[in-house]
Design a protein around this ligand. Structure first.
Ligand code: 9YT
Length: 137
């Protein structure tokens, strides 16, 4: 059984920071669950372009306010506490935070470690990540 506290992973390799978000990776591929689970804060006033071509992601909002705009349709969905969205079609989108947005995010396949978006908003595949870090598949 795995029991972990958010405070135990802050400021470790599982605490990944970018200009627009901080992602605390509570479960990763090495934990063997078949998915990863993160607590992610999207910083107030930011816009992030995201396109998970290699992953499915489900997101549950626990705090804050924001929106998603789908590309290219321009359809907008509000995000408030209690909202779940699932990118079941690898949906290309902008994520905007009006206030700090606290989200619980799950990824299938599980993230390997310190994935960040490339210029197109994509995370590398587990195989590409493992090649970069030299870890076993
Ligand atoms: C909602 C979303 O995808 N935000 C970007 C960060 C990502 N959730 C992560 O790596 O935790």
């Amino acid at each position: 059984m795995i029991v972990r506290q958010l405070q135990d992973i802050l400021n470790t390799d599982r605490d990944v920071q970018t200009e627009t978000w901080a992602s605390r990776r509570l479960l990763l591929r090495e934990d063997g669950m078949g998915f990863s689970m993160h607590e992610t804060t999207i910083f107030a006033g930011t816009e992030t372009h995201i396109w998970y071509k290699n992953h499915l992601e489900a997101v549950y909002c626990v705090k804050g306010e924001g929106e998603i705009e789908l590309i290219p349709s321009g359809e907008v969905f509000k995000i408030t506490p209690g909202t779940l969205y699932a990118l079941d079609k690898h949906d290309n989108h902008y994520l905007r935070a009006t206030t700090d947005l606290v989200l619980v995010c799950t990824f299938n396949p599980a993230l390997v470690g310190n994935e960040v978006h490339d210029k197109d908003g994509v995370y590398a595949t587990p195989e590409q990540m493992i090649k970069q870090t030299g870890e076993e598949v």
